[in-house]
Write a protein that binds this ligand. Structure first.
Ligand SMILES: [Zn+2]
Length: 400
């Protein structure tokens, strides 16, 4: 007889063994026992189960430390596949990965601003279908679907409570997608998925406390405290795009005034340019009728060609983004701030300005250095984070 507690302990140990193999990349049974503190026979029997489950494989003999050369263990990355979706206001990106988030296939489609909810969900379903039909043969097939959305979500029930820039309210996205595909589906805010991706696979791997700033059409933040995503009491933490930085100005899509994202996002960059052109400023490269067809990367190109207005718009938005980040550092005292999403395309100029603002205006950083980085996973980070919602469950409860 094996009791409930014993089962639980076994499950925890199995997860520890599997995660140690993942973090080390390749490791022997003896080193696994040393690192985890579990005895050798426990490690051996757990490894046997993980091999039988298809999650771990044996790799030729490694270096001998005296005596027989040990058999090395690795994660079998093709134990299964995962589908990840990054739903943004103006595009959908879908990726198919193995269980270590290596990308096997990807596709991105653009959305028109204001597209109907039903049409967007239809497109998500078509893209998932396409991803699944492109999945290679694996031990367990497609293990689940993760979706990052630009809005506040009820993570447990998989409901998009409000996505202001998409004009969505109370959309039961998990239910809709699960009924269609009969797979586990996880829905989270896109800044949370960005933060999780950076923690597992990106520049946040070794940072215990960091804040990921998703600066795109709007702004969201994902907060990692003590190596874990901080969700708040009801799962709504991180809506710093809606912290007030000007109590008088700019009505926001959330109903408040003066929210940070109206001063420091891609949306606000275009409002700035539009305002200047409407007030009569002439620019060789920027015409008011063309603005709808441009994105931030076009504005960066145009600035490099010599447009003064494009250049000033980037300066303005970078400055406002830096001001908000100073507030974040004063609030959380993180080791690291990571900037992701489209504004990260501004690159070194933006990094330099954020660092200058932190150096000159931040109280907390006078006593404790804070690093600032641009996401190296680039525009894939939030889709990789969506995949990680599935992967992290798998690595927490292997074989369940
Ligand atoms: Zn707002």
């Amino acid at each position: 007889m094996i009791t409930g507690d014993q089962l639980l302990i076994k499950q925890i140990n199995k997860s520890i063994v599997l995660n140690t193999i993942r973090k080390k990349g390749i490791i022997s049974r003896a080193d696994l026992a040393n690192i985890t503190g579990l005895n050798k026979s426990t490690v051996s029997s757990l490894v046997d189960e993980l091999i039988k489950d298809g999650f771990v494989e044996e790799e030729g003999p490694g270096e001998s430390k005296g005596g027989r050369k040990p058999i090395m263990l690795m994660i079998n990355s093709l134990a299964g596949c995962v589908v990840g979706i990054d739903l943004d206001v103006n595009y959908i990106l879908v990726i198919l990965t193995d269980i270590l988030a290596n990308i096997l296939w990807q596709k991105r489609i653009n959305l028109k601003i204001g597209e109907e909810k039903e049409d967007i969900i239809g497109k998500i379903i078509d893209l998932i279908d396409e991803a699944i039909s492109n999945s290679p043969k694996t031990v367990k097939g497609v293990l689940g679907i993760g979706i990052g959305v630009p809005g506040i979500t009820d993570y447990k029930r998989g409901i998009v409570l409000k996505a202001p820039n998409l004009k969505w309210e109370n959309v039961e996205l998990k239910k809709i997608i699960e009924e269609k595909f009969h797979l586990n589906v996880y829905i989270d805010n896109e800044a949370n998925t960005g933060a999780i991706a950076e923690k597992w696979f990106g520049v946040g791997k070794n940072a215990r406390n960091f804040v990921y700033v998703s600066a795109g059409i709007g702004i969201g933040t994902g907060i990692i405290i003590n190596n874990e995503l901080y969700r708040g009491s009801f799962g709504l933490a991180g809506e710093m795009g809606h912290m007030t930085i000007d109590i008088n100005d700019h009505l926001c899509s959330c109903g408040n005034r003066g929210c940070w994202e109206n001063y420091a996002s891609e949306k606000s960059l275009f409002s700035y340019i539009k305002e200047k052109l409407e007030s009569g400023e002439k620019d060789e490269y920027l015409k008011i009728d063309d603005l709808d067809k441009l994105d931030i990367n076009d504005i960066i190109d145009i600035a490099e060609k010599g447009s003064s207005l494009a250049k000033r718009s980037i300066e303005e938005i970078s400055r406002n983004l830096s001001i908000g980040i100073v507030n974040i550092v004063n609030t959380f005292n993180p080791d690291l701030v990571i900037v992701g999403n489209t504004l990260s395309g501004i690159g070194d100029y933006l990094l330099k300005m954020i660092r200058e603002y932190i150096d000159s205006k931040c109280l907390v950083s006078r006593y404790n250095d804070v690093a600032v980085e641009i996401s190296k996973l680039g525009m894939l980070d939030r889709a990789i984070g969506a995949v990680t919602l599935v992967i992290s469950e798998l690595f927490s409860y292997p074989g369940l």
